[in-house]
Design a protein around this ligand. Sequence first.
Ligand SMILES: [Zn+2]
Length: 272
Amino acid sequence: MKVTFYGTRGSIPTPGENTVKYGGNTACVLIEADNKKIIFDAGTGIKKLGEELLSNNEPVTIILSHNHWDHIQGFPFFVPAYQKDRKINIYSAPTSPIEHNAILEQMNMSTFPVPSKNLAADIKVIPFKNIFENMIINGFAISSIQINHPNGGFAYKIRHNNKVVAYVTDNEIYSEDNLNTDFTEWVTFLSDVDFLIHDAQYTDLEMPLKLGWGHSSIDQAIKLAKAAKIKALVLYSHAPERTDKELDKIIKEIQFKDLQIIASQEGLSHEI
Ligand SMILES: [Zn+2]
C-alpha cells in the first residue's frame, strides 16, 4: 500500500512561512494499492489531489471520518465533482446529530456559489450506520471504530495484502467528555496495524487547556502506539500554531528502537 498526505493540519488551513515543510492544508490522505485508490477526508488538501485525478476518469472513493469543516471544506473545490461521467462515492460516518449529507449541504447555503445539485458528477453519499469489520470497499478491507471527539465519527483500519494502515484522526485517547472507545479497546483494534496515522495535535504541556476538544497529545499517541506494538507511528492533525521548526525538534527528540515516529508531511508518500 502507498499512503500519500495531501493535508496534515488540524482545525484550519495554515499557509505561511512557518508551515512550508509539513504543510498548511487540512485533512486529506490518499491510500493506493493495485491501481485502486481511497481518499480519507476532504479537507483543503483534497483540492490538489482533485487536480491530479483529472488525468483519468476512474470512479472516486472518499471515506469521511466526520463532518467538521477541516474534513469536508475542500470538497467544493474538488474538480472531479464538476466532471460529467465521473462517479464519486462518499462514505460517511455517523455523527451527532446524524448529517450524512453535510459535505454536499455545505454548498447549498449562502456559503458557496454552486449548489451541490449543479455538480456534474454522479455523486452518491453512502451512510455507515454502525461500526463494521472488513467491509470490502474498492478492493480494500475496511474496519471502523468510534472516535472520542465532539459530535463523534469513525476511525478506520485499511487492510490490503496482509498490510494494515490505520487512520485515526480527531481522537482524544483519554477523553472524559466524549469517550466512545477506551485505551484498552484502542489497543485491541490497533494490534495488527503496521502503520498508524494518529491525531497528535498537542504537546503534553498544551493538553490541560485542550481537554474535551477531541484531540490527543504527541506523547499520548506514542503511548498508544507502543501498547499496540505498532512499528511506525505518523503524527497527524498538527496544531495550526505548530511550526516546521517545532515539528523538526519534536521528531528529532522522540525516536525509539522499536517504534519509528514520523511527522505527517504534505506531499510525502510512504510505502507500507
Ligand atoms: Zn473534528
